[in-house]
Every structure is written in structure tokens, then in C-alpha cells.
Design a protein around this ligand. Structure first.
Ligand code: HEM
Length: 233
């Protein structure tokens, strides 16, 4: 075994997929590889995000921002890699599905851990705003007053949007392969995934845009937009 193989444990890694005689069809390899790679990207994203709250709490905002930027790249890869499965026909997927038991993406450990990650990130952002004595809306009214803090919130928006895009691209793949109303292996129609596409990690960072809009176009309030979006006080 070469050093490369020993270090990367390629023997174990490449044994993690079914062999040619075990596969229910040719495309099962692509199906397994894409899912496994996505789990690895999510593992990496989570390890990165874990480092953010202590950095924010220590006012190391530039480093925290760089982490969000890196995670945003990972979200992009996760969405792009869905395309590998676009080449799989609906017919081939239904054959692969016979091998899945009742397994579902809803059971993805990486995805579920990502869904659980916003609370500490939001709390640390809120504390950072408070330490600076600035409200989110004022930060957006004058981004140049606190460029590091503003840059951080924009990187958080990038990450949030990247995750939404990943979910959208997954939904698009699901529609193309099984259609919107086909019940999933858990019995729910795939269209239910649409709710997930609308979810955001940092609602305050989206609401603040609506609140800012009111500075320029006064008018009837939009739901929630006039609440203090994660303000300092
Ligand atoms: C042929 C391709 C795919 C099909 C037909 C498909 C189908 C589905 C369906 C029908 C659901 C609805 C939930 C349920 O299972 O009951 C779902 C959920 C999910 N799938 Fe896929 N999927 C595919 C590929 C992927 C890939 C490559 C990933 C990689 C991460 C993935 C991750 C997920 C996740 C995380 C969920 C839960 C989403 C949520 O709750 O919003 N899926 N998938």
C-alpha cells in the first residue's frame, strides 16, 4: 500500500459502495457516491460552523466571516453535485429504490445536524451586535460604520441562501425523477419538500431588508418586518 492510500484510507473508502455484482442497476453506484459525497461535505460544513460561535464571542469577526464563505462554497458544491443524478432515468431510480428499504433523506445525519445549527450562531450574532451597541437595522442603514460586522451578516446570508439553493436543486431533481405527487418511501408526496425550500436559518437577516425598504418606500407594514430584527436592545 502506498503512503497516499494509507493516509487517505482509500481501500476502506472505495469499499463503501456496492460492488458491480451487488448493484441492482448500473446507476446505483452514482446514487450511492453522490449521497456519500454530500454527507462528507455536510460533515465538513458542520465542523467549520462549530468554530463560529467562539470566534464571534471573541470578536474575531473576519475569521468568522471567512468560515461562512467557505461553507457557502460547500453549499454550492452540494447543489451542483445533484446534477450527477440528473443523468439517471426515472426508470433506473425506481429500480434503485427497491434497494433502499424505507430509507429517506430525512434521516440524513448531516442534514439534520445542519438544520439544528442556527440557534448558537444567531445568539452569538445577537451578542456581537449588542457589544457594538448597534441594531441590525442601523447596521444596514450604514454598512460603512461597522464593515466587519456588516460583512459577517452578508456572509451569513450567503450561507443561508446557499442552503436554500441546495434544497431547491434537490426538489428540482426529485420532481424530474419521481414527479411532485408521487409518495416518497415515507409515504409523503415530494411536494412537501417545498416547505423546506422556504425555510431560512437567519430570519432576522431577511426581515431587516424589508424593514430597510420602509425607509425608502413608506407604506403598510409587511408581516414581522417592523419588529426589531435581532436588534441590540
Ligand atoms: C434520485 C435522486 C433523489 C430522489 C428521487 C430523492 C427523493 C427524495 C424525497 C421524495 C424526499 C422527501 C422525503 C422523504 O423521503 O419522505 C427526499 C428528502 C431528502 N433527500 Fe432526497 N432524493 C434524491 C437525492 C438526494 C441526494 C443526492 C441527497 C443528498 C444529500 C438527498 C437528500 C435528501 C434530504 C436531506 C432530504 C430531506 C429534505 C427535507 O426534509 O427538506 N436526496 N428526497
Amino acid at each position: 500500500m502506498t503512503e497516499y492510500e494509507r493516509y487517505l484510507r482509500t481501500e476502506e473508502l472505495l469499499a463503501l459502495q456496492k460492488g458491480p455484482t451487488e448493484r441492482v442497476c448500473h446507476d446505483e453506484l452514482a446514487f450511492q457516491v453522490v449521497h456519500q459525497v454530500e454527507e462528507l461535505w455536510m460533515k465538513l460544513a458542520l465542523a467549520e460552523l462549530d468554530r463560529v460561535p467562539p470566534l464571534l464571542d471573541a470578536d474575531r469577526l473576519i475569521e468568522a466571516r471567512e468560515i461562512f464563505q467557505r461553507v457557502h462554497v460547500l453549499m454550492g458544491l452540494m447543489g451542483d453535485q445533484m446534477r450527477v443524478l440528473e443523468a439517471m432515468s426515472p426508470r433506473a431510480y425506481f429500480t434503485v429504490r427497491t434497494a433502499l428499504g424505507r430509507g429517506s433523506g430525512q434521516e440524513s445525519p448531516g442534514f439534520n445536524a445542519l438544520l439544528a445549527c442556527p440557534p448558537p450562531l444567531r445568539a452569538s450574532l445577537k451578542a456581537a451586535l449588542k457589544r457594538r451597541g448597534v441594531k441590525l437595522l442601523d447596521l444596514h442603514r450604514d454598512p460603512s460604520a461597522h464593515p466587519d460586522l456588516y460583512g459577517l451578516t452578508e456572509a451569513m446570508v450567503d450561507f443561508d441562501e446557499g442552503f436554500q439553493r441546495f434544497r431547491y436543486r434537490h426538489l428540482a431533481l426529485v420532481r424530474r425523477i419521481i414527479g411532485g405527487r408521487t409518495p416518497s418511501l415515507k409515504g409523503a408526496p415530494a411536494e412537501l419538500l417545498e416547505h423546506g425550500v422556504k425555510q431560512v436559518f437567519f430570519p432576522e437577516l431577511w426581515l431587516v431588508r424589508e424593514a430597510l425598504f420602509r425607509d425608502f418606500v413608506p407604506g403598510p407594514s409587511l408581516d414581522g418586518a417592523d419588529d426589531d430584527p435581532g436588534g441590540a436592545h
